[in-house]
Write a protein that binds this ligand. Sequence first.
Ligand SMILES: CCCCCCCC(=O)SCCNC(=O)CCNC(=O)[C@H](O)C(C)(C)COP(=O)(O)OP(=O)(O)OC[C@H]1O[C@@H](n2cnc3c(N)ncnc32)[C@H](O)[C@@H]1OP(=O)(O)O
Length: 181
Amino acid sequence: MNRSTLTVPPAGTPQPEPHPEASVGVPLGPHYARCFGCGPDHPTGLHLEAVSHDGLSVHAEFTVGDLHQGAPGLAHGGVLATAIDEALGMVVWLLRKPYVTGRLETDYLRPVPVGTTLLITTRCTGVVGRKAYLEAEARLDAPDGPVAVRGAAVFVEVPAAHFERHGGGAGGMVPGREVNP
Ligand SMILES: CCCCCCCC(=O)SCCNC(=O)CCNC(=O)[C@H](O)C(C)(C)COP(=O)(O)OP(=O)(O)OC[C@H]1O[C@@H](n2cnc3c(N)ncnc32)[C@H](O)[C@@H]1OP(=O)(O)O
């Protein structure tokens, strides 16, 4: 399978260095309580939970429920892409700068039944200017389970004002709704 060159760091890009203050070995917690991906207050969200691994990678878990179906008994592909996007977002959080998804690629290798716990590993493979290059792999039910979804992405660094400017009162930086408080 060919991988898009858009999500691969240019040749010669040095391995990224973890931020000196990156969390390591601890639960990351939600970046926003009502986030569809990780927010505990979202009624139908994914409630994805994650632990930082080494400052440049994250281990995340998401259990597929009834509300996440596409075909009967199977996870919706868009929901799986959301889980990948969220777990990638947690890696760039470790870089201690605000990023948003610019490009997200997903390869679906196996169906994911309701009740499955997806174990998602994401990592940063390079940072060039404002762009962070990222990879993801989601396995079924165990760290060495079959790979169900692979992801790759470019996230783009944005000013902190991005969220207030575009989100405004509908979920932006209003009291109680801060991003990464
Ligand atoms: C707080 C954390 C929340 C985490 C939640 C999970 C992550 C998410 O789902 S974020 C929500 C979804 N994403 C968005 O809403 C982003 C919407 N898009 C935008 O805001 C803009 O298009 C944005 C910021 C990505 C880029 O715009 P802009 O700031 O003008 O940058 P721009 O100058 O065009 O591009 C900067 C660099 O990024 C690259 N780039 C921009 N878009 C892409 C893309 N889609 N694919 C690849 N590269 C891209 C450009 O080529 C450029 O590279 P270079 O520096 O080499 O020239």
